[in-house]
Write a protein that binds this ligand. Structure first.
Ligand code: SF4
Length: 101
């Protein structure tokens, strides 16, 4: 299953409604996995995610996939967020869990 889930029996329903599905397979990797230092390319990918009706499911899926990985080991724009932004969501969530415990 690829990260936008084009069609396996295990494809969650939300992936069939992903805004990035309109991208051709060969441009998907280039557009949704931009060099983090290329700010125009990052913004372009985030604009693809902006109207996505399933961004929350996508973000949750990314956070689950990535687990406790460092920000340098997270890739691509998922759920509208950069790897660094997702790492921030992950660390804040962990801090809240530890505070609550
Ligand atoms: S939030 Fe972005 S990466 Fe995730 S499914 Fe939607 S368009 Fe694709």
């Amino acid at each position: 299953m690829d990260s936008r889930g084009t069609s396996t029996a295990e494809t969650p329903d939300w992936r069939t409604r992903a805004a990035c599905l309109f991208l051709a397979e060969d441009s998907y990797e280039d557009l949704m996995f931009p060099d983090p230092g290329n700010k125009p390319a990052v913004k372009y990918a985030q604009r693809i995610c902006d109207p996505c009706p399933v961004w929350e499911a996508c973000l949750l899926d990314a956070l689950t996939d990535e687990g406790g990985k460092t920000k340098d080991n997270r890739y691509g724009i998922r759920g509208g967020l950069t790897p660094s932004q997702r790492y921030g969501v992950y660390t804040r969530s962990r801090q809240r869990q530890q505070t609550a415990a």
